[in-house]
Design a protein around this ligand. Structure first.
Ligand code: SF4
Length: 160
């Protein structure tokens, strides 16, 4: 039987297989985050497709303050985690562009820095066309905050 931590990790695992990646390598990414990153985001929206982005209580409160109702944009996973709702394969807030960009979830702010399986190390998702604009320092700082958010989200999901 899977432990709570294993179950948690499984939920957030994005197994990203593009046609070329299947031939080249299997890339497995775990995603969530918090904080400020200087990524030169072109707002291409690639990361808004089939999102499994987790939400913290702070994310939800910030977006609700814009007038959205949580029932509209939050789905609850079987294990009690809150994540962004998809509509027709895209994030609820993606309408050609992100409708809540300045208040977007912390995990979206940090992307393309994502946590690795172990929850202790980070990788940069090369599917983001601008991933190369991140500096090593930015990656390090994001990673630190990602780990902190990971702990926070687990606590919230457990109700502790
Ligand atoms: S994939 Fe990268 S460049 Fe495109 S919207 Fe997401 S973060 Fe921005």
């Amino acid at each position: 039987m899977a432990t709570f931590k294993e179950t948690f990790l499984n939920i957030f695992i994005f197994i990203k297989y593009s046609a070329s990646e299947i031939l080249r390598e299997k890339r497995v990414c775990v995603y969530w985050g918090t904080g400020v990153v200087e990524l030169k985001c072109s707002r291409c929206g690639l990361c808004c497709h089939d999102t499994e982005m987790l939400l913290s209580s702070r994310d939800i409160a910030r977006i609700e303050a814009l007038g959205y109702k949580r029932e509209e944009f939050v789905v609850i996973t079987p294990d009690g985690f809150r994540q962004l709702r998809n509509v027709d394969g895209k994030c609820f807030f993606f309408r050609g562009e992100c409708m809540v960009y300045d208040s977007r979830p912390e995990g979206c702010v940090y992307y393309p820095v994502i946590l690795n399986f172990d929850g202790k190390t980070c990788i940069v998702d090369e599917e983001c066309p601008n991933h190369h604009t991140l500096t090593k320092k930015e990656i390090r700082e994001s990673c630190k905050k990602l780990k902190k958010l990971y702990r926070e989200i687990v606590k919230e999901a457990k109700g502790t």
